[in-house]
Design a protein around this ligand. Structure first.
Ligand SMILES: NC(=O)c1ccc[n+]([C@@H]2O[C@H](COP(=O)([O-])OP(=O)(O)OC[C@H]3O[C@@H](n4cnc5c(N)ncnc54)[C@H](OP(=O)(O)O)[C@@H]3O)[C@@H](O)[C@H]2O)c1
Length: 268
């Protein structure tokens, strides 16, 4: 008889599962037998991912297109999940975007939209789903932050600040969850192949030219395994781990100058 898979009988909600790291996070959970609820705005790609996960891993995969950047987008998603008679055991807050450039050179709606998606929707979903997970004493939360979380980011100020929030919030919840049966992890990837760079407009920065982007599957796998092991923070890549450590011990002014240099286009 085949061994029971660790996720059998449980459901993982993965936000931002139409493209990029979210698709591979979905595959990691599905490979271990978790049923999936997948969300993002793009209905077509989302339904394709759900169909592929169901076919490849023999799990139930439900696609729910939703704009988490809209006010109460998290509430709408949770209501849509409940209306299908589903309960969420693991919440993966992965949807997010960045925007590069001087703070006031950008459009205010783009900057505020980052706070709405990267921060507000993540808090909203976690708050709405936490008590149900705690009552079942299993599952938990995997939040996707970034190596941007470890220092302020001149010329990408709101994105870096949003990810610092995600890291701080996740670590606090990790401690609150102790003894509850819930696991909380914060995945902090460095540059990773996805649509992120295109939307953020970071393609011409020194950081982009200085560092090769990692493939998204190893990043997702590290996050998934880290969450299963209840690791508080998972930084992918040895170089990224060193840089995150350095940012904690270097003088703040030197860190700010370094990030400013990395976030400006080569040649400027
Ligand atoms: N790639 C990197 O270099 C990198 C590095 C560090 C951290 N991260 C983080 O990793 C996470 C995943 O990003 P990625 O690299 O996989 O980028 P991506 O390829 O652009 O994927 C982002 C996902 O979020 C979804 N999304 C965007 N806006 C949304 C909204 N308003 N409502 C619901 N879903 C929305 C997108 O789908 P739709 O467009 O269909 O809505 C897509 O599925 C993000 O939190 C990002 O900050 C990425």
């Amino acid at each position: 008889m085949a061994a029971t898979r660790p996720g059998a009988g449980q459901t993982a909600l993965i936000t931002g599962a139409s493209y990029g790291i979210g698709v591979d996070l979905a595959a990691c959970f599905a490979a271990d037998g978790y049923d999936l609820v997948l969300s993002a705005r793009s209905a077509g790609p989302l339904h394709e991912v759900a169909a592929r996960m169901a076919a490849e891993h023999g799990v139930r995969a439900t696609a729910i297109p939703n704009d988490l950047g809209a006010y109460a987008g998290g509430r709408a998603l949770v209501d849509a999940i409940a209306a299908r008679g589903l309960a969420v055991d693991v919440l993966v807050n992965n949807a997010g975007y960045g925007h590069a450039g001087a703070f006031t050179a950008g459009d205010l709606a783009t900057e505020l939209g980052m706070v709405d998606l990267n921060v507000r929707a993540l808090v909203e979903l976690t708050h709405l789903l936490w008590d149900g997970m705690a009552a079942r004493r299993r599952g938990g939360v995997l939040n996707v932050a970034s190596t941007a979380a470890f220092q302020p980011g001149p010329f990408m100020a709101v994105y870096y600040a949003s990810k610092a929030f995600v890291l701080s919030f996740s670590e606090a919840l990790w401690e609150e969850a102790r003894g509850s049966g819930l696991k909380v992890s914060c995945l902090c990837p460095g540059p990773t192949v996805s649509r992120f760079r295109e939307r953020a407009g970071t393609g011409k920065t020194r950081l982009a030219s200085a560092s090769a982007a990692a493939a998204s599957m190893p990043v997702a796998r590290a996050g998934y395994r880290g969450w299963q092991d209840d690791r508080r923070v998972v930084i992918t890549g040895a170089r990224n781990r060193v840089m995150a450590e350095l940012a904690q011990v270097m003088p703040r002014r030197a860190v700010l100058r370094m990030v400013r240099h990395l976030q400006t286009p080569s040649g400027s």
